[in-house]
Design a protein around this ligand. Structure first.
Ligand SMILES: [Zn+2]
Length: 266
């Protein structure tokens, strides 16, 4: 079911950790950001768009993780964009003959059979200097940063006051760092600083997973994520409900411990 969160911006929420697919209405059709997750969810979304007489004219993947590069034939054959780094990263994954088996290892077992892999990852990289998504609709600014994953980008739809955050600024997931990067902590803090810089123009923040928030929520989430990352940096215990005894997902405290271990080895 599609829910309008701002003028011309709609969200479809998945059963899998509240993954949000975002629909932005343009002049001749819609831009579809991070569609997913299950086959049935994508079929429903395609049907909803058909009923609204809103064909998909372009796609965008915020980053190369499997849950953000899915697609369904019902959306049609259109360019599916990502940053140059995002496209290169997923291309490398797909270059392995056994990529399906490798990706399957990381899928949540309870959803694995319902996640269609056949159109996964066909992302067209935009030129590194591209500041906007090339499409016929409201300007969508690309805010690329190194934090959660290679080539990760948030999107700012300025005239609608909407920030699509990808896997940043979630109310249910603490920051997941890119632990393969040389400086994961510094990268993450830099990315949060980028969000500080645009926050004044944002009325609605849409995270890749979690609840859609308003302007105040955006600031709260930036501060909350900064506090978490700084606690990791300083070796302190973060006062963060997302990794505490009442974590919204029971496996988050384990991921938190793992992040601490990985950082200690750097
Ligand atoms: Zn994700």
């Amino acid at each position: 079911m599609l829910r309008q969160v701002a003028d011309g911006v709609l969200v479809h929420e998945s059963e899998f950790i509240q993954s949000n697919s975002v629909v932005v209405q343009g002049r001749a059709g819609v831009l579809l950001i991070d569609p997913g997750i299950t086959r049935n969810e994508m079929v429903d979304l395609a049907n909803d768009l058909r009923e609204l007489a809103q064909p998909v004219v372009a796609g965008f993947a915020t980053h190369p993780d499997w849950d953000h590069v899915l697609w369904h034939a019902g959306f049609g054959v259109v360019p599916r964009y990502g940053t140059a780094r995002c496209a290169a990263s997923i291309r490398e994954v797909l270059s392995n003959a056994d990529w399906k088996a490798r990706v399957a290892e990381g899928l949540p077992p309870e959803f694995a059979a319902e996640i269609p892999m056949d159109l996964l990852g066909y992302i067209t990289g935009l030129p590194a200097e591209a500041a906007q998504i090339p499409w016929d609709g409201p300007a969508v600014r690309i805010i690329e940063h190194q934090a959660h994953a290679t080539g990760h980008a948030a999107l700012l739809i300025e005239e609608r006051g909407v920030l699509v955050a990808g896997d940043m600024l979630s109310d249910i997931l603490m920051p997941f760092l890119d632990l393969q990067a040389a400086n994961p902590i510094g990268d993450y803090l830099d990315a949060l600083h980028l969000f500080d810089g645009v926050a004044d123009g944002v009325d609605v923040v849409i995270p890749g997973h979690g609840s859609v928030g308003g302007a105040e929520q955006l600031r709260t989430r930036i501060e909350q994520d900064r506090a978490y990352v700084q606690a990791l940096r300083d070796g302190g215990v973060p006062e963060d409900f997302r990794v505490g005894p009442s974590a919204p997902l029971e496996w988050l405290p384990d991921v938190h411990q793992w992040q601490l271990q990985q950082l200690a080895q750097k």
